[in-house]
Ligand binder design. Structure first.
Ligand SMILES: *Cc1c(COP(=O)(O)O)cnc(C)c1O
Length: 385
């Protein structure tokens, strides 16, 4: 190999320190929707290869160091879970939920260039940025107290603009309260107002992976009338590298595809080079778990959320969850608790997300801290300036 050298002893020491820091930080977070119980050691050999999923996963390109076959199986798995038409679905493994959202909105804009986008104020920050990038006019709809879109406000707003096609960004699990917008209800409002030209993109970053297992069922998938769904792969499934999936209809993709002779494939994805390792990671976990395994993971999370609520109640803290959610919403905590458990905080609330790796022991330990460091009122204003 040309120029083979090794890093200095001091830099090696830094790596050792970094590993300690990262490992310690990983062991004490309850506030972010990221699973940490994965083991991909069986795949480590693949890090020796420059895997790149260049181009459309369904096209046979010139470049062969890729995992398109696994990527297609990941897409097929979620297409089935989301009840897509078996003969009209398409998708790819993205770099995360944000890119998946960008893709859904991009397809929507290509179909309806004169549309207006509607999304609730509880929507993830990636959506505003994506809308800005795509230069589509948009209107923010009020949210209800539980984080779900306000259907009356939606109806009134969309009525004013009924001469325009509508692109609706529905949330299936908002970031703070894991609220889910009722896609059937949004659709029936548009039907009532005779807005035929519409596109619904469902942002299901966290909850999409287990959406099919929530009982009673909540509408969010293709049978319920959405046109595309995005999920994050590093959240409920878990991955060392951020990743996501977008599922949509093949017929929509066909409208935007352009052939590129340099790669001998179709340029249907946002980025050119694409992460082939993360497609492999997702495939591996889905093969290991199957639908049954995912369902069991969800059941564990729901049970932990119930346990967490009960324990909080015992120490006098009121908390709540949206139906079927694994996110426990509670009042803001003290700085000690917030910092130690890396709790995301917004306005006056905080949350614990009971990801599949969360155990009763961890919740007990969190509860001990919450009881030891109660909230002091002055701390409620968290100003970073
Ligand atoms: C996490 C999240 C996203 C963004 O996903 P990334 O994978 O971080 O890009 C989008 N929407 C919601 C609701 C999320 O929770």
């Amino acid at each position: 190999m040309v120029h083979e050298r090794s890093i200095s002893a001091a830099d090696k020491e830094r790596l050792t320190k970094l590993k300690e820091t990262v490992s310690k930080a990983r062991d004490t977070f309850l506030g972010y929707p990221v699973s940490k119980d994965f083991d991909y050691s069986e795949l480590y050999d693949f890090l020796e290869y420059p895997i790149n999923n260049l181009g459309d996963p369904y096209e046979d390109g010139t470049w062969k160091v890729q995992t398109h076959e696994m990527e297609r199986e990941v897409v097929a798995f979620f297409a089935k879970l989301f009840r897509a038409n078996p003969s009209d679905y398409w998708g790819y493994v993205t770099n995360g939920g944000s890119e998946s959202n960008l893709y859904g909105l991009y397809l929507a804009r290509e179909m309806y260039p004169n549309a207006m986008v509607y999304f609730s104020e509880s929507t993830h920050y990636s959506v505003r940025k994506n809308i800005h990038l795509l230069n589509i006019p948009s209107i923010v709809i009020r949210s209800q107290e539980n984080g779900e879109i306000d259907y009356d406000d939606f109806k009134n707003t969309i009525q004013y603009n009924r001469h325009k096609p509508a692109i609706v960004l529905a949330n299936f699990g908002t970031t703070m309260k894991e609220a889910k917008d009722d896609v059937s209800r949004l659709k029936s409002i548009m039907r009532e107002l005779a807005i035929h030209d519409h596109y619904i993109h469902c942002d299901a970053a966290l909850a999409g992976t287990y959406g099919a297992f929530i009982e009673p069922r909540l509408p969010f998938d293709f049978k319920d009338g959405v046109d595309s769904i995005s999920i994050s792969g590093h959240k409920f499934i878990g991955s060392p590298i951020p990743t996501g999936v977008i599922i949509t209809k093949r017929s929509y993709r066909d409208r935007i595809s352009k052939g590129v002779s340099y790669i001998g494939s179709l340029d249907t994805t946002i980025t050119g080079s694409r992460n082939g390792h993360s497609a492999l990671f997702l495939w591996y976990t889905l093969k290991k778990l199957g639908e049954e395994g995912l369902k069991a993971r969800y059941q564990h999370s729901v049970d932990m959320a119930a346990y967490c609520k009960e324990k909080l109640k015992e120490i006098g803290i009121e908390s709540w969850t949206n139906p079927g959610a694994i996110t426990v919403v509670m009042p803001h905590t003290s700085k000690e608790v917030k910092t130690k458990w890396q709790l995301a905080t917004e306005e006056n609330i905080s949350h614990i997300i009971c990801m599949p790796n969360v155990t009763k022991e961890q919740i007990d330990s969190f509860i001990d801290d919450a009881a030891t460091y109660p909230v002091i009122e002055e701390e409620t204003i968290d100003c970073d300036f």
